[in-house]
Design a protein around this ligand. Sequence first.
Ligand code: GLP
Length: 239
Amino acid sequence: MKLITVKDYDAMSEAAAEIIMRQIDSKPNSVIGFSTGSTPTGTYKQLTAFCAQGRVSFKNVVPFNLDEYVGLAPDDPNSYVYYMKENLFDHIDIDPANTHIPNGAAEDLEAECRRYDALLERYGSIDLQLVGIGQNGHIGFNEPSDTFSDKTQIAKLSENTRAVNAAHFRSADAMPQFAITMGVGDIMRAKRIILMVNGAHKAQILDKVMHGEITPQVPASILQRHDDVTVIATQDAFI
Ligand code: GLP
């Protein structure tokens, strides 16, 4: 794993946005795996600024998001469709027809998982995948478990994840119990992976992810096996 240590959140966001911009520069129709949560919002702001300055165009970029909550309609303010529009897609020159996010409101969720995987396969592999980590080491919504998942699937959210993410919902009860997430295998098949980590509250888990045993109990630990991972972490994210 290549490590870039930065002084703070803004520097992390800028470093990640620069890498994404260079990726699009070298391949304008790049397939980019986007993530959500509080970690990448600064990166999306930076990419919006780069786009406004004419330094990058998303016209031919194909975004594939990692995950979506089950049961939330796309116009729900807590859905990741809403998040992506609000934080990035509505502010850049992207073609909405090129954007892909699992449909958490699909009637047949299993069929939706297969549809998403088939789409991913049609585009070949993801050129650059952005990921964050949950405090329990999850990537996407792949929670600690006995095996590493492979393809897109329905994941039961852990108590830890529900407690952490409930802060964004009007009440803990409104927080979904399930999500659709790309599998660990899908993430590992990306050509290049950028892991962004911000803050002291992620220090314990980052240490396990980078230096601990590779185990599905810490899903992101599998990134140690990928040959092109760049970790961009703030200096307080180390024990
Ligand atoms: C969320 C998302 C992940 C994200 C992680 C960390 O629940 N499913 O894709 O990387 O948890 O979130 P945050 O950046 O808010 O710490």
